[in-house]
Write a protein that binds this ligand. Structure first.
Ligand SMILES: [Fe+2]
Length: 284
């Protein structure tokens, strides 16, 4: 008997696939979820076409992937669900406020790399989307590693980078800094620069905007190395650029992709997303 479950249709030759025909608000049997999870490991980024998805159902879908993170930045908790994090530029009357809710998302990064146990899947539902801009771009970090030449691979094989939310959020992007309590709750952590994906066994580069410096290397030298590798990681032919439609859901694997959002006109257009991050493991 042919396996049941949705068929993944690739979005690019390398990463990303759309999964039509899945009603995420319904109960999902194990076989369907297994097919989704296999596609998640194979394609790194999954797109589910526009549909209604109540907050509670988004949380229960996320729980199929693993333990859902309760984000330290509690000002973003949405709809009474601490598992959901809402990023919105609309004011209380539903009008664009002119304020970008999180400028840190504009730089290439991987969710939760500033924690000891880092992010596995991020699951975002697009509640309101602008007519232009506000895209989400993904780059393949398996490919980023594989395309490094042998001398780069040798140079970074045993390096560890310190990831620090306070660095990326407060010092680099400037707005809405962490509170002292949030800072104490999330001290800097170090992770390997080259990690092995725990499920696929493939090596990938693991850096992004939360990476501040390299353990055992002078600070400025480490900063320069991180900036250089973050730039080297992005190849146009190993990138998927998603232009959102309202009601879509995206799922991606933070262990092997970086992502960023593109700017939009925050004074004239609305953009509201609801996000869940599933916790993964300590990178190795
Ligand atoms: Fe993110």
């Amino acid at each position: 008997m042919a396996p049941r479950g949705p068929r993944a249709l690739p979005l690019t030759p390398n990463l990303g696939a759309v999964l039509p025909g899945v009603t995420l608000a319904d109960e999902m049997d194990d076989e369907v979820f297994r097919a989704i999870y296999q596609a998640f490991l194979r394609y790194q980024v999954l797109l589910f076409p526009p549909q209604d998805l109540p907050p509670a159902r988004q949380v229960s879908f996320a729980r199929r992937f693993g333990e859902v993170q309760i984000h330290v930045m509690n000002q973003y908790h949405a709809d009474g669900y601490p598992e959901l994090y809402r990023l919105s530029n609309l004011d209380q009357d539903g009008r664009p406020s002119g304020h970008h809710p999180d400028k840190g998302t504009l730089a290439w990064h991987t969710d939760g790399s500033w924690q000891r146990v880092t992010g596995q899947a991020t699951i975002i539902y697009g509640e309101v989307m602008p007519e232009s801009g506000g895209e989400t771009h993904f780059c393949d970090m398996y490919g980023a590693y594989e395309r490094l030449d042998a001398s780069w691979k040798k140079r970074i094989e045993d390096l560890r980078a310190v990831h620090n939310l306070d660095f990326s959020r407060t010092r680099r992007h400037g707005e809405d800094p962490l509170t002292d309590e949030q800072r104490r709750a999330k001290p800097p952590v170090d992770h390997p620069v080259v990690r092995t994906h725990p499920e696929t066994g493939r090596k990938c580069l693991y850096l992004g905007d939360h990476a501040e410096y390299i353990v055992g290397m002078p600070y400025d030298e480490g900063r320069a190395l991180i900036e250089e590798l973050n730039a080297l990681a992005v190849h146009p032919d190993l990138t998927y650029e998603h232009r959102w439609k309202t009601g879509e859901l995206l799922v991606w694997d933070n262990r092997c992709v970086m992502h960023r959002a593109t700017p939009f006109d925050v004074a004239r257009q609305g953009r509201v997303i609801r996000r869940c991050t599933v916790l993964g493991e300590v990178p190795a």
